[in-house]
Write a protein that binds this ligand. Structure first.
Ligand SMILES: C[S@@+](CC[C@H](N)C(=O)[O-])C[C@H]1O[C@@H](n2cnc3c(N)ncnc32)[C@H](O)[C@@H]1O
Length: 283
């Protein structure tokens, strides 16, 4: 690239480089990287296309552009992602929050629970979004990963809910020993090892494997949640889980076989069955 660059020429060249690297949204990503570095909104880039960039900005931009060209997720380069209208700190210790997971948050909020568990909290996006939107709720958020819990705690502090979100490290429901809650929710890993090669490089090569992969059985976490969650639900409480594409019917059957009532599938915006919920009501 040239020594001096204007905003427009830099964006144009960077977008074509990212396109060649196989990035899905090359121009948008180039704009977001530059806007972030300049500390401006994207509108500024359109309003000042002829603005010349100084060498320091250019050098740092090219470093970040190179990372993106290696298919590192934009959210890791920026250090943040938006979820449910809130900004979350993200690092390679946590899964990048996905828009489809907002369906799970909606399902939780619709039950207006006072006590909620978020199992496998990652960045804390579900737990924190619920705590922010239900100002009286107490939330327990668990993860097996210490690194993820560090980021989740930071996100709870960032959104002023650290006093109501209780972070616990451990395997699945084990940290909830002795608790009975209104809602047990989870977006657990649900990708079979055999699907690894079909994933985008951003996911396959950069996101934490333990947030994604389940070994041979893609539903192993859903099976355990269906079998064990009722020990941590009060009577009438709800188990709510996110599922991968094509898994909703099988998970609904798991919940029914485990004795849950009113089992229901909720679709995401793409019309894909994304959340399965069922009510614990012992006979
Ligand atoms: C699909 S990610 C979901 C992260 C976050 N809740 C979200 O929706 O973006 C699954 C999370 O489960 C955690 N996890 C994996 N195995 C676990 C286990 N056995 N017990 C508890 N958490 C686990 C991973 O560390 C990861 O943070």
């Amino acid at each position: 690239m040239k020594e001096t660059q204007t905003i427009l020429s830099l964006i144009t060249q960077s977008a074509s480089l990212l396109e060649r690297a196989g990035v899905d949204t090359p121009r948008l990503d180039a704009e977001l990287l530059l806007a972030d570095l300049l500390g401006v909104g994207r509108a500024h880039l359109y309003a000042h296309p002829e603005q010349e960039l100084d060498t320091d900005v250019l050098r740092e931009f090219l470093r970040r552009l190179e990372r993106r060209a290696k298919r590192e997720p934009l959210a890791y380069i920026l250090g943040r992602a938006e979820f449910y209208g809130l900004e979350f700190t993200v690092t390679p210790d946590v899964l990048v929050p996905r828009p489809e997971t907002e369906v799970l948050v909606e399902a939780i909020l619709a039950r207006a629970p006072q006590t909620v568990a978020d199992i496998g909290t990652g960045s804390g996006c579900i737990a924190v979004a619920v705590a922010v939107n239900l100002p009286r709720a107490q939330v327990w958020a668990t993860d097996i990963s210490e690194g993820a819990l560090r980021i989740a705690r930071e996100n709870a502090r960032r959104h002023h809910v650290a006093d109501r979100v209780h972070f616990l490290q451990g395997d699945l429901l084990q940290p909830l020993a002795g608790l009975r809650l209104d809602v047990v929710a989870s977006n657990p890993p649900y990708v079979a090892e055999s699907e690894r090669l079909s994933l985008q490089p951003e996911v396959r090569d950069w996101e934490p494997p333990q947030a994604l992969f389940t070994g041979a059985d893609p539903l192993q976490f859903h099976r355990r949640l269906a079998a064990e969650a009722h020990f941590h639900l009060r009577e009438g409480g709800w188990l709510m889980v996110e599922v991968g594409m094509g898994q909703a019917e099988a998970v609904a059957s798991l919940l029914e076989e485990a004795g849950y009532r009113q089992v229901r599938i909720q679709n995401d915006l793409a019309g894909i069955g994304r959340v399965v919920e069922g009510q614990y009501s012992p006979k």
